[in-house]
Design a protein. Sequence first.
Length: 799
Amino acid sequence: MRRFYLALTVFLFSALADAAVLRGKVASSVTNEALAGARVELAGTGTVTLTDGSGVFELAAGGSPPYTLVVSVPGFQVRRLPLTAVPEVPLAIHLDPVISLTDRIEVTATRAREGEDPASFTNIPRQRVAEVSWGQDPALVVAGLAPGMYAYNDNGNGIGYSYFTIRGFSQARTRVTINGAPLNDAESGELFFIDLADFLATAGDIQLQRGVFGLSGVGGALDITTATPALEPSFTLATSLGSYGTRRVAVVYDSGLVEGTWALTARYSKITSDGYRDQSWVDMWNTYISLARFGERSTWRLNLFGGPEQTHLAYYGVPRSVLRGGLTGDADRDRRANPLTYPREIDNFTQPHLQLVHETDLSEATQLAQTFYVFEGDGYYDQFKRNRRLVEYNLPNVTLPDGTVVTRTDLVRRRTVDERDAGWVPTLRHTRGAWTWTVRGEVRLHRAHHFGEVTWAAVYPPVEPNRRYYDYRVEKRSAALAGLVAWRASDRLTLTGGVQFASHRYEMSADRIKGVSLTEGFQFVLPRAGALLSLGQGAELYAQVAKGGREPAFRTIYDPQDYWGTRVELDPESVWDAEAGVSLRRATWRVRANAFFMRFANEIVWAGALDDNGVPVYGNGARSRHRGIEMEGEWRPAPHLSLEGAITFSRNTFDRYREYGFDGGTEVFDGNRLAGFPDLLASLSLRVESGPVPCLATVRHVGRFYLDNSQDNRRHPERRSVPGYVPLANPAFTVVDLALRPTLPNLARHLGVRSLQLDLRLNNLLDRRYTSFGYVDGGDPYFIPAADRNVVAGVAVTL
């Protein structure tokens, strides 16, 4: 037996002597700080170890070389080191942070950069997005976190169709992107976040750009990134219940880093709500799948997201008399009224997206970021219309047996769209010495088939059922190329300049009802120049002048859906935007402030009305000026206590503008304020991150804004003296929200789960009765009411 143990001991010592030991230390390439808990693996052998608190590791290297050492840690790029032999000295391994690659490439593609670009913008980190998001529309989330943005919701409680403005410019005149890929509708420029239910649950950070920057619209841009897949595996189930029958369920799975290279994130969300207003229910679900491959110099991400939605439409407002109880005598009940009472006035739509996002370092000085995307839209909505002319719906008059000729009838119409979009958005950046050159491009192809049909009529002529009253196909081709150069003239001064070329072309050759063909093209040459001056100790000054332009929406040129519509010659709008600002950063506080002046020619302005689809009616040809001051800041008097604020003062007026009525009359609006532009927007947030119940309290104030371009009949004061006159303006309002998000670590340990978090939201805490939007119809104002005090409570469990 002794001989056996002696032989075994000799064998083990011989085996250990044959197994060379790899030693080394893992640290950050940016800070050189040791990385504890880094995973170190010999590929293909199953041999794995973790670094200690000093970032040091030892790993037995069995077999014979060559070896491939794979090193990974959450938040850093994976490193793969080929080894032809076991080094005699410890390895020094440096990992690049994941955010470092994002900053160098993805953000450069579509975003302004702190300390590098002379632009007015706000960065909203993922943590802040998650803190305030409970399933509501993304526009409402961002509007509460950044200056210059305002949003409202048809349904009243934040779920369903929502709309936003940046500096008062409607969403159709801004640019919204996801990973650089445009989200705006190619024909109208409108946004439909409702098709991306609960999208922020797996979103990354967000940047709000104000003014003219990059490939943006004339008013600003909103860039949303999808979250980089987590490098640690997890499974999260979140559910919530709220007022007005609001329910949300979300399931999120992260695979973690697999084989040092791959990571998968998958989410399923389901949101339903009855809505605050009558018959404003919403039923929508959404899936999100992201597969990422991390390399040493590049990252590939394949994203698939989308899902169907159904919502009962609620885009019409109510008069002030109804808000005050004019229907039943109960103001609280009547203000929830929805004029669209037909039970099947329902929107049905789905918009799945497929993206391939590639980011790579071609060399230490050259980076490439590109997004390839495809998405489609398919859906319809039904509308009940009273006393409509048959001829407007491609229907003949009906002669009854008694000889009566019926020319009008009640009917139900269905509007259907089937569309496809595909494109490529590349950005190439090269740095050499004090010079940095950036080339950005975009190619987009849009094709759509629109048709409308009458599905029911009280008096239906003897023709085929579901007769189409419009049927046409539209194609739009867009291309843009922008070049930008930045010269670091000194350690403190950076000068920038560039020019963008853009081309948009509409084609319609298949108007089956009217037989109209149309081809219209728009080209833009848009220069820019700026300067950024570093004053040291976190202080910067910047200034920029840029020209922006935007083509008219397709249906403002020619509307095949309108029987009376004719071809209209509209000019593209153009703007010169001048920005100047200052940024101050200290250890416990930061402040950013800027002033802007925007001068428009041929501005496309909201006329203060909605068409019978709830779409804003626009006019063209205005000369106007927009100027204002925007400020935001944060103060952290203690590690777990912070105070954030944002405020915007603006004044937006016409130099010259005319609106022409159907009666041939002309309204002169020279000197008037523009409709839909609040002069004052302000928010203040108090965040307490420690203690048993972390909380966030937010106060938002929105100033008074006009509902049409008459500025409450400024040129006709006699109209305001009529008894019962209601001002054509939405009153100012202030709203307080409170969020409580306690974590329960002891209960989580008892249940054997990784984390357990409760979420309680008290929206409109002070129970204010206010309206969030309005418009004018027939000279009378109509208002969209917002919900009174409401509650959303939820729980999230992570395994």
